[in-house]
Design a protein around this ligand. Structure first.
Ligand code: AMP
Ligand code: GLY
Length: 438
């Protein structure tokens, strides 16, 4: 019998997104070992394959990552995190002949440079809000003084850990937001003023091999920290997939957006390989691009990746070999929900929660109703300890949102953090619940 090559896969991420990738790759018959940088403690628990983490490293520790690839004889690197793409980790791996799934630094400019990205979208006639780019505060003020009053979004052009986007109800507030841009250092040196679109947001994910693409699925994130969409924006407090907002007509528009983007990137001499994430908004009947990200969303990945029926390593290698056409990506039709469990005070100040014990997690690992994916949770001396903002994620599936929702919230009710310090939203999926019950 011909022996099948067993692969060692390295995943670059430490959050819930990396955790679900660990889980999916570990289901592959072609994978024998998984490494994650920096990873998290929960990745290593209750897994069918050995999982090793290097928690002292960063996703941007390029030379150390290359060394680990050689030491551990890594066969595939999945670069799943934005900063790693922005510093050119993919390019360095390619130079070292290490197979890598993810976009190059130049292709990743779609995410790490909002000004370049909007100009690209304009050039290729993609559906976008009106926008203006400035590189000093004065020119922004002058523009705002000479333009009719209206609501804006002011955005630092560079990566700012999700904090560089400020809404402004009028030109006066927009000027105050322009003043804030300097807080983001180099990232806010160039900034954008964008027309404030009003509609419903969704996330769409495609896998791209440079020339061809396939859409994998859709999700709807809940970005505000509190119920009723109140409080500051976060990295994401929960998602549903596939959300009912994305109808057939929208799918046609979304395909068209991906098609024009993928061919536009080829025309720019920066072919895109990896996961392309469209942050979209449905305004009336029309889909607009809010942003592109060059990776899976977190927590969107936690509801979409489990729906994939293919072996993930087959998809990754087909992208690396520019042969995505040979893979027909299939997904199941279950509804999934993920709820983010966070430290009380996230995203503003949660320092006092660090070090506190989380109760009720052990039995979640054996639950048949939900799956748990870790992030800022440590496992020390047989105890689960809070060590960050977003701590872990619970995911459930069902025939519809009501069914999936019941399971996830039942299990969450048995979890707590010392001193009543667990925070999660209780209304994830509210739009689809309303739509279903109409
Ligand atoms: P971004 O980091 O560009 O995705 O922006 C963060 C959030 O700000 C998005 O998820 C939207 O909720 C909101 N946003 C950004 N740009 C706009 C816009 N032009 N119109 C309306 N909402 C926006
Ligand atoms: N959930 C939003 C993001 O990953 O950017």
């Amino acid at each position: 019998m011909k022996s099948v090559k067993k692969n060692t896969v390295l995943i670059i991420d430490g959050g819930g997104r990396g955790s679900v990738l660990v889980d999916k790759y570990s289901q592959s018959k072609l994978v024998s070992k998984i490494i994650a940088i920096p990873g998290n403690d929960l990745m290593t628990l209750n897994k069918s394959k050995p999982v090793k983490i290097f928690s002292d490293l960063k996703t941007t520790s390029v030379s150390e990552i290359i060394d680990i690839c050689h030491q551990e004889k890594v066969d595939l690197v999945d670069v799943a995190q934005d900063n790693a793409i922005a510093v050119g980790l993919v390019d360095e791996l390619i130079k070292n002949n290490i197979p890598v799934f993810g976009p190059t630094q130049k292709a990743g400019q779609l995410e790490w440079d909002k000004s370049w990205s909007r100009q690209f979208m304009k050039k290729y006639q993609l559906p976008i809000p009106e926008f203006y780019v400035f590189d000093n505060p004065k020119s922004g003020y002058q523009f705002l003084d000479s333009t009719p009053n209206k609501p804006w979004f002011i955005k630092a052009s560079g990566l700012a850990e999700g904090k560089g986007v400020i809404p402004a109800n009028n030109n006066q507030e927009a000027k105050a937001a322009v003043d804030q841009m300097s807080k983001f250092g180099q990232s806010g040196q160039t900034y954008l003023l964008e027309e404030w679109l009003v509609g419903e947001e969704f996330s769409a994910f495609a896998v791209v091999d440079g020339v061809d693409f396939q859409i994998i699925g859709f999700a709807q994130d809940h970005k505000r920290v509190d119920d009723y969409d109140q409080g500051p924006n976060t990295g994401g407090m929960g998602c549903v997939s596939n959300p009912l907002i994305v109808n057939k007509k929208n799918v046609t528009q979304i395909k068209n957006i991906f098609q024009k983007t993928v061919s536009g990137m080829v025309a720019e001499g920066r072919p895109y390989q990896g996961i392309l994430y469209l942050g979209g908004m449905v305004v009336g009947q029309k889909v607009y691009i809010i942003e592109f990200n060059c990776r899976w969303g977190d927590p969107e990945a936690q509801v979409i990746i489990p729906s994939i029926k293919n072996d993930l390593i087959d998809i990754s290698f087909s992208v690396i070999n520019h042969q995505l056409k040979t893979q027909k990506i299939k997904t199941d039709s279950k509804t999934r929900i993920v709820v983010t469990a966070a430290s009380r005070g996230y995203p503003v100040n949660y320092n006092n929660v660090k070090g506190k014990q989380i109760f009720g997690l052990s039995k979640i690992f054996s639950s048949k109703k939900v799956k748990i994916f870790g992030a800022g949770t440590q496992f020390k001396n047989n105890q689960y300890i809070a060590n960050g903002g977003r701590l872990f994620y619970l995911v459930s599936e069902g025939k519809n949102i009501t069914d999936a929702r019941k399971k996830v919230y039942n299990e969450l009710s048995g979890i707590s953090i010392e001193g009543n310090n667990l925070h999660y939203r209780t209304d994830i999926g509210w739009r689809d619940v309303q739509r279903l019950n109409k």
